[in-house]
Design a protein. Structure first.
Length: 363
């Protein structure tokens, strides 16, 4: 049932409430202060309350709808604003189904995938409400000769992931000569021989490209026959980096000055702000904000001015930092999965070594 809240200002409010309660049901009766009270009545009794207040000379009162009726009343009183909000919501709904960007996840050329999607009929600005996902995935598979195509509509972004077919493994011709070579400089730790003749032993130091297993089958009478060598050779590989300690260190700190640059990216176009710093030394921090579903990207870059200063340290104070830095560089440079680190200090030279036991032989 529709209800109204009545807020009354005046005196003798307790007597007024008692008189009204005798004539109609009252809800949520509340004394806000000594000269104000509020109560809730049904829509049927609203006019009775107003007439009674006039009869008793209570002229300072407010009657307002509550619940969904209050919302309808606000829309009636703010029709222009309501229409603008409605148009904005409709625009958002429409734009959320427009293709504003095509994202491709594929090892091949992304432009090729975009062209196939365009040939299917989806270009930037196309309405995607009636796109058949399965049909588009099959279309991509047929035209790109891939194993799978996964299509997802995320607001105004069409995401396409292409999964290539696995290449078949060619059969091995065991009568053709084939040697097993070393892929790394290493010290041999394990040898597993299936066919061929091993020319190395455990503990030998080998170089990348060196022959480990020769493609020859040796018989008891000393004769040999070419064969396809198969085996696995494991070895310990190492990679080292060094750094010379210097007691005088250079560092940078913020001066407190900064400048902010904002950029706007929409429909592939970028409106670039001024991001050229006026500082000799600086560092920057970039934050990204997305306005969905319109697919607007705001890039805010804060550039902080830095000043250079020097200070003196001992090797013990910076040893841990130097070792950590060298370890991070080794992780980036190593082409094998590192199992352990060791370090040595020789005077002012710090050396960090990464090592692991890995498969060092070719197929």
């Amino acid at each position: 049932m529709k209800s109204y809240e009545v807020i009354i200002d005046g005196v003798n409010l307790d007597r007024l409430i008692n008189q009204l309660a005798k004539q109609m049901p009252l809800k949520c009766v509340c004394r806000n202060n000594a000269k104000q009270c509020s109560l809730v009545v049904s829509a049927i009794d609203k006019q009775k309350v107003v007439d009674y207040l006039h009869q008793k000379c209570y002229n300072n009162y407010i009657v307002k709808p509550i619940g969904y009726r209050a919302i309808l009343t606000w829309f009636r009183r703010n029709i222009a604003l309501s229409l603008i909000a409605l148009i904005f919501l409709i625009s958002l709904l429409i734009c959320s189904r427009l293709c504003l960007r095509i994202d491709v996840d594929w090892a091949g050329d992304a432009h090729t995938v975009v062209q196939v999607v365009n040939d299917y009929g989806i270009v930037k600005g196309s309405f995607m409400g009636n796109v058949q996902i399965d049909e588009l995935e099959n279309y991509l598979c047929n035209h790109l000769n891939c194993a799978y195509a996964v299509v997802e509509i995320d607001g105004s972004v069409l995401r396409v992931k292409i999964i290539d077919k696995a290449l078949p493994t060619p059969p091995i011709d065991f009568d053709s000569p084939h040697d097993v070579l070393a892929r790394y400089d290493a010290v041999v730790t394990r040898v597993a021989l299936l066919s061929g003749t091993s020319v190395i032993s455990i503990g030998d130091t080998v170089s990348a490209g060196q022959t480990l297993i020769v493609g020859l089958r040796t018989f008891k009478d000393g004769t040999t026959q070419p064969t396809y060598a198969i085996g696995q050779i494991y070895g310990k590989v190492t990679l080292s980096l060094t750094e010379r300690f210097t007691p005088s260190q250079v560092a940078y700190r913020r001066t407190g000055k900064c400048q902010v640059s904002n950029s706007l990216i929409l429909l592939g176009n970028t409106w670039q702000g001024n991001n050229q710093p006026d500082y000799a030394f600086f560092e920057s921090q970039t934050d990204y904000y997305y306005i969905t579903p319109l697919n607007i990207q705001v890039v805010s870059t804060t550039i902080y001015e830095l000043e250079q200063y020097t200070y003196t340290v001992t090797i013990d104070e910076v040893l841990e930092d130097i070792v950590d830095s060298l370890m991070s560089q080794l992780v980036e440079q190593a082409d094998f999965e590192i199992e352990c680190f060791t370090y040595t200090v020789d005077g002012d030279i710090i050396t960090v070594t990464a090592s692991a036991e890995i498969l060092i032989s070719t197929d």
